[in-house]
Design a protein around this ligand. Structure first.
Ligand SMILES: *Cc1c(COP(=O)(O)O)cnc(C)c1O
Length: 399
């Protein structure tokens, strides 16, 4: 007998839960891409995408996942041999740096480890060490989905400004957009990278690059550009898909349209507040389980630096893998693997897991996942302190 029969809950940090409304919007016949509803909906779609990122500038839409969109950003930002400074706070920062390096960009990384955010004092030193302003762009993840750290983007911008350094600021918001407060223009971001399958509640397959006028001007003539990734024409999708870019990603666009409607109906402020409360419930549970049990801990100790869309935690090997297996097979909840914390062959790998609370997630889903984890801790006799469910419900009740 298993208690997993019933609607499963995929609590991994992407792809996230897809709303039934989004699925229904996609369940239809192929549309005409040359006239009618689909091209007609593009102007409002791009306007709404800009609103979600907090920019009045440009957005380019790609048929790509996050890795493709990293490459799109790199191709538009750089020429071969240009310098980039990547601020690494987990596996995803490393991934973006690697993408740029393999394209021929001279990448320098500042690595802040897997448990800490960007230290702006170290960034200031690196900028000071570049008096000739050869660094073309500083790249950083807003939330690194592997470590679940959240970086202070406004502080990174302030550090660039204080140094009088003209580098462009490029931010990966794939795990934060539609979950966590983000203001591209107000925070002085030049390039924002996003993807459809996390906070934007649409299947993987759409990538977005928002770029400022400053970035457009500074990157003109970037010689890593290829016809497909060049953002110039992609930023006019109402024409682009008909004349320049190939077949539009028809059903993804219908799904995204519905997701953006849902985001507008709830409101970004309310969405950020919901993610904050659900995240604090998850944190409270782990903190309770870890009281008097040093093996159980949140990966990011300081709440001020934790992302609100995903939580990385350690349970001591092999307990994290055992718990993930139990929650999936016995209770229908799939938790995320610990990514980039230890190599898959290393026994320590089995000590990490991640819980997503990203996108179309409500209190009963998060409380359910927490309760199931606590049941698993008991069933597997993993040493833990009691009271996780109680601590989490207190957060929800007292929000
Ligand atoms: C998921 C994610 C990516 C990678 O996206 P893919 O669609 O899996 O290529 C990149 N950056 C961050 C911050 C992510 O969360």
């Amino acid at each position: 007998m298993s208690l997993a029969h019933g609607r499963p809950y995929l609590a991994i940090p992407g792809p996230s839960t897809m709303p039934d409304r989004v699925l229904r919007a996609m369940h239809r016949a192929a549309p005409n891409i040359y006239a009618g509803e689909l091209p007609g909906m593009m102007p409002r779609l791009t306007a709404d995408l800009k609103a979600v990122a907090g920019t009045r500038h440009n957005v380019a839409i790609y048929i790509a996942n996050g890795h493709g969109t990293w490459e799109a950003a790199n191709c538009n930002l750089f020429s071969r041999g240009d310098r980039a400074l990547v601020l690494v706070t987990g596996r995803f920062g490393e991934g973006w740096a690697d993408s740029a390096r393999r394209l021929g960009v001279a990448v320098e990384t500042l690595d802040f480890g897997k448990r800490s955010p960007v230290d702006c004092a170290r960034l200031a030193e690196a900028l000071e060490a570049d008096p000739d302003h050869r660094i073309k762009a500083v790249m950083v993840t807003h939330i690194d989905t592997a470590s679940s750290v959240r970086n202070d983007i406004a502080a990174v911008r302030a550090t660039l400004d204080a140094a009088g350094h003209p580098a462009l600021l490029a931010v990966d918001t794939i795990a934060s957009l539609g979950c966590e407060e983000y203001h591209m223009d107000a925070w002085g971001v030049d390039v924002t990278v996003g993807a459809s399958q996390k906070g934007l509640m649409t299947p993987p397959g759409l990538g977005f690059l928002w770029f400022s006028e400053k970035a457009r001007a500074a990157c003109e003539g970037a010689d890593l550009r290829t016809p497909y990734w060049d953002w110039t024409e992609r930023a006019a999708p109402e024409e682009f898909y008909q004349y320049f870019g190939g077949t539009a990603p028809t059903h993804h666009l219908y799904g995204l349209r519905e997701a953006l409607d849902m985001i507008a109906e709830e409101g970004l402020q309310a969405i950020w507040a919901r993610h904050d409360t659900l995240a604090r419930a998850v944190w409270a549970a782990f903190e309770a389980w870890g009281r008097d049990v040093p093996d159980i801990a949140l990966n990011i100790a300081d709440p001020a630096h934790r992302g609100r869309s995903v939580t990385a935690a350690r349970l001591g090997a092999p307990h994290a893998t055992a718990l993930r297996d139990w929650t999936e097979t016995e209770a229908g909840v799939t938790l995320g693997i610990g990514l980039g914390m230890a190599a898959p062959g290393d026994p320590a790998y089995h000590g990490f897991l991640r819980v997503a609370h990203m996108g179309h997630v409500n209190a009963h889903m998060t409380l359910g996942a927490i309760a199931v984890m606590e049941a698993g801790l008991r069933a597997l006799q993993i040493p833990h302190s009691p009271g996780g469910i109680e601590a989490a419900t207190a957060v929800i009740a007292g929000r």
